[in-house]
Design a binder for this molecule. Sequence first.
Ligand SMILES: [Cu+2]
Length: 333
Amino acid sequence: MNTATKLSGFALGLAAVFGAAYGVGQLTGPVTVVATEHDSDGVGHGGDVRDEDAGHGEGTAAGHLPGGLLVSDRGYTLVTVGAPAGEFAFRITGPDGRPVTGYDVTHDERMHLIVARRDLSGFRHVHPELASDGTWRIASPLDSPGVWRAFADFTPTGGDPLTLGVDVTVPGALTERQLPAPASSATVDGYTVTLSGAPQPGRTTTLTLTVDRDGAPVTDLEPYLGAYGHLVALRRGDLAYLHVHPEGIPGDGRTAPGPQVSFATEFPSAGTYRLYLDFRHRGVVRTAEFTVHVGDPGSTTGPAGEHASAEPENEQASAEPEDGHGTPGHEHD
Ligand SMILES: [Cu+2]
């Protein structure tokens, strides 16, 4: 158990390390992956997390938590709104109880809506439209039955960056997805993305993702939301939300457009995380996904085993672990 861990890598905007050198030289080899879960509550240590960034002026009652765990924080509340079939709508109410209509642009958008099913499948990162009454609307990214977590990642004008989360149930016959085994590479649409770095809980680690296409390094990644990649991590068990931006920004004279994109990342606890890398190439945003086990330094490395567990969310059998994530339908506009 890791007490007093830092969270500085987790809040939107905190991980854009503008002064850092491009971190290719700091690679530490393949990401550590672990054979099996060692206890059924290996990710349940969030209560011990401390946010040393509270000193930045964001110190509140909830300031010690990773993002996305709360539906209401610092006076702001995420409220889903009834919407026609096929649409997803919500509002953010402010400290005065009224819908917020003023938002700062962060990474090219005023609102980043991230959704994933509670079994960590179905990840989407989309940008809804704001109506004048403070309602955000978008064609629903909740595309299969199940319990979803929706994260609203935004900065209210005059306020601090905030990520609120809410559960949304999509009715229908549920097909549980088994969490794919830890692996250091992922494929999507002919692209292979390799993850390196050895994340340890409570410690900043440079994670580097290398993008290849048909076996050749991709050296012409396109900026997407002001960066060559966006990395979201969700903690298994509670879907704590980590949104990390890469080291270096396009056009700064030292950040190459691939094949490598590096992220200064800090995981709040030991546990299993699902990582989602959004990258843009030839006009299409794709998502590469990884399962990563953080911590347990005495553990062996290897593919995850399948075994009984007290966590039914991700341990039930599934005929098909992958469900087409990162298809071109993942649009960002
Ligand atoms: Cu976004």
